[in-house]
Ligand binder design. Structure first.
Ligand code: GLY
Length: 402
């Protein structure tokens, strides 16, 4: 790959620490309002409102709490033992209250008729179980894995993303789902039942075979023939138009391929990762933070999606682990992206926002796509979460929640 962004600065250790420190403080400040409630998917005027545990996005806020908990525990090594213990205690208590809410949600099957069980249950309940042995988290996450595999179509070999099962207008998968599948690998590991892993593997192969185009740009969604299971056609929902590359979809592809390799160890996923990442990098503007669709670049009057930058950085940092020297370049890109986010997109003043990262885009309606219009040029829950995850990955040898 031609070397890109040679001259851009990388985030320093001191900046990583400052960013994590601010994030922990922001999360602690938010706890009184957001322990019994959750942050809405996106901010309005850069402030999140509280909601019930009823959207696909609530796990990210709980995930931020667990990341902050890990950071607080690490303060002991920085000579701040008492402060760290006090913060970790508050964060753990809040995280545990939220885990109860997730268990209640899956027990009641409330707003779980979709594929986002991984986004909901990995950073909240799997994290709680891995970090503290929380049994309710384990129970909730295994039930969520059962819910996720209930959406699997053996004909076609994919997990249906949205809507009632077998509805023709929803007989499709979406690229984002690659992040929901680690929940299934974890469930197989915990239960000893290989059915979860087998379904994950089938879905990964179907998804990667179909959503990645010849030039390594990506479809957001892909439809299948209901009778035969044959691949039918790609379509966007949240991208600008059918043939373009939705920035966050491409980022889900980067992180999704890294996770696909981690769990399947199929070497071809490394090659696909490299090419999907190259496409992303080659379509970034000068400051490395994508516009909401990779069709747009410097000079276009379009909103950014800073969340896509953090997701891509996490994917690159995951793949670095499997690449030896070849991986150095991906760590460099990730550090450069994080520098740009930290310098120009991260919240630095509590009075201006109760989130962590500005200038993200949830759903930008265009004349050619099918999504609602909301959360444009705002903070959003996953943008904040993956920003913290990327920083945490750079700060320590982090054990994945995914
Ligand atoms: N997974 C939905 C989104 O990225 O907006």
């Amino acid at each position: 790959m031609e070397r890109l962004f040679e001259e851009k600065e990388m985030i320093t250790e001191r900046e990583i620490e400052a960013a994590l420190e601010f994030s922990m403080k922001q999360i602690l400040r938010n706890l009184p309002e957001f322990t019994d409630k959750f942050q809405k998917a996106y901010s309005e005027g850069n402030f999140y409102q509280p909601i019930e545990n009823n959207d696909w996005t609530t796990g990210f806020w709980t995930g931020e709490i667990w990341l902050a908990y890990e950071y607080a525990l690490g303060l002991e090594q920085k000579g701040r033992k008492e402060e760290g213990e006090a913060a970790a205690g508050k964060l753990r208590e809040a995280g545990e209250i939220q885990v109860e809410s997730f268990l209640d949600r899956i027990n009641r099957k409330f707003e779980v008729d979709h594929h986002d069980m991984g986004f909901l249950y990995s950073p909240s309940c799997v994290a709680a179980y891995k970090l503290t042995g929380n049994e309710k988290g384990k129970e909730a996450a295994i039930k969520a894995a059962d819910q996720l595999i209930s959406r699997y179509h053996p004909v076609g070999e994919f997990i249906q993303a949205w809507g009632p099962m077998n509805a023709p207008e929803n007989y499709r998968l979406i690229i984002d789902c690659l992040l929901n599948l680690p929940l299934l690998y974890w469930a197989s590991e915990e239960t000893g039942d290989k059915k979860y892993r087998e379904i994950a593997e089938k879905h990964i192969h179907t998804a990667i075979r179909n959503v990645i185009r010849e030039d390594y740009s990506t479809w957001h969604t892909f439809f299948f023939n209901m009778e035969t299971g044959e691949p039918d056609h790609g379509a966007t929902c949240q991208g600008y138009r059918d043939g373009s590359a939705w920035a966050r979809g491409q980022a889900w592809g980067i992180y999704g391929c890294a996770l696909a390799y981690k769990y399947t160890e199929r070497k071809e996923y490394i090659t696909i990762f490299k090419n999907v990442t190259r496409y992303f990098l080659e379509h970034l503007p000068k400051d490395m933070i994508p516009f909401w669709d990779l069709e747009f670049t410097d000079g276009d009057d379009q909103p950014r999606d800073s969340s896509a930058a953090s997701i891509a950085a996490c994917g690159m940092l995951e793949m670095v682990k499997y690449l030896n020297e070849e991986g150095i370049v991906y760590e460099k890109y990730a550090r450069q992206i994080m520098k740009s986010l930290y310098d120009n997109y991260a919240v630095k003043d509590f009075e201006t926002s109760n989130g962590l990262v500005l200038h993200s885009t949830y759903s930008n309606h265009s004349p050619y796509n099918t999504c609602n219009h909301c959360g444009v040029d705002e903070c959003n829950a996953w943008g904040d979460y993956f920003y913290m995850e990327a920083l945490t990955r750079l700060d320590r040898n982090w054990k994945l929640y995914w």
